[in-house]
Design a protein around this ligand. Structure first.
Ligand SMILES: NC(=O)c1ccc[n+]([C@@H]2O[C@H](COP(=O)([O-])OP(=O)(O)OC[C@H]3O[C@@H](n4cnc5c(N)ncnc54)[C@H](O)[C@@H]3O)[C@@H](O)[C@H]2O)c1
Length: 322
């Protein structure tokens, strides 16, 4: 029997999209999740096709149970929020770094042939140079970003010291279906889309000139699948973005245009730990993984809005009530 493809954090936004893509490849999927920010509902129609391990990555025993027989591990589980890590740095450290270490240990013991780590562009932090290249100095501005940056070092070390074939994918602001807009720390597109679909004004922290390389989730999922099989990436760190920056004021403009609305943002003071601009250089992803973004920003936004409209109408995840 073919080895298991394990997705930690598989009940979350990116993880649940990845699970569906792996199933479509015909691979056996196992998920490890504790539902901290994920939902069983995110896996509803595929639950019968996967193995589900309910457990916490802070528990090495749970990681070992989940990794047994794993051929490939996609480590998505995290407390994935800058503001939340500023409020509770200890939990961020325990889950995002010690939890990663547990999964690396379990994957090594299981003899996995590839470990793909969900790293983050937030690791670049205060370094203002643009576009962001993998070789630049990392200057994390939050416990979350520091844990993700340190996580890359641990992933690379597990390759050099213990021969576990790891690769870290530095995601840039991912958005798309199943991103939870009700979470107080929601991704900005999820929050804006769900508010504006209800005719409510979006809240921008700062003056709205901050920009991001917004990346539709399908691109990130494809990058993960490429990373599972790419031969030359052991111990590497690779940016995964679109290579295009959009500022928040412009993003609200595009949302208004697609929705046929004219909702002006409400401006609030900037949030601690947030970076001003972010834009990926994706040359390494092209070269090492054969990656290129296939769904561009506006097309991704249309698909995302369509999905949130459906989610609100059907009461998916209880979001309509929140
Ligand atoms: N969404 C983005 O823009 C973005 C950008 C950069 C990196 N990332 C990384 O991608 C990964 C997935 O993020 P997401 O946006 O899908 O977030 P998400 O919150 O939807 O998914 C995270 C999942 O991890 C699970 N989880 C949390 N703590 C856990 C624990 N202790 N044990 C087991 N499971 C646990 C949650 O229940 C959830 O299902 C994270 O590692 C995140 O840091 C995301």
């Amino acid at each position: 029997m073919a080895g298991i493809w394990l997705v930690t954090g598989g009940a979350g936004f990116i993880g649940s999209n990845l699970v569906r893509a792996i199933l479509a490849k015909g691979r056996p999927v196992r998920v490890l999740d504790n539902f901290l920010t994920g939902f069983r509902e995110n896996l509803a129609e595929v639950l019968a096709d996967i193995e589900f391990v309910e457990g916490d990555i802070r528990d090495l025993g749970a990681c070992r149970r989940a990794a047994a027989g794993a051929e490939v591990v996609f480590h998505q589980a995290a407390v994935p929020s800058v503001p939340r890590s500023m409020e509770d740095p200890q939990t961020s450290f325990d889950v995002n770094l010690a939890g990663l270490h547990n999964m690396l240990t379990a994957a090594r013991e299981a003899g996995a042939r590839r470990f793909v780590f969900a790293a983050s562009s937030s690791a670049y932090g205060a370094n203002e140079e643009l576009p962001k290249r993998e070789t630049m100095a990392l200057e994390p501005l939050s416990p979350y970003a520091a844990a993700k940056a340190a996580g890359e070092l641990f992933a690379a070390m597990f390759h050099r010291a213990f021969g576990l074939p790891t690769v870290s994918l530095r995601y840039f602001n991912v958005f798309g279906p199943r991103q939870d807009p009700a979470n107080a720390y929601a991704g900005v597109i999820a929050a804006f889309a769900s508010r504006m679909l209800r005719g409510e004004r979006p809240t921008i922290y700062g003056d709205g000139t901050q920009s991001r390389d917004f990346t539709y989730v399908e691109n990130v999922v494809r990058a993960n699948l490429l990373a599972a099989d790419a031969p030359e990436v052991h111990g590497e760190v690779v940016n995964i973005g679109c290579g295009e920056a959009v500022d928040l004021n412009a993003m609200v403009g595009v949302l208004n245009r697609i929705l046929g609305t004219a909702l002006a943002p409400v401006y609030e003071p900037p949030r601690a730990g947030d970076v001003k601009h972010s834009l990926a250089d994706i040359a390494a992803a092209r070269q090492l993984l054969g990656y290129r973004p296939t769904v561009r920003f506006e097309e991704g936004l249309r698909q995302t809005l369509g999905w949130y409209r459906w989610a609100i109408e059907t009461g998916y995840g209880g979001w309509a009530k929140k």
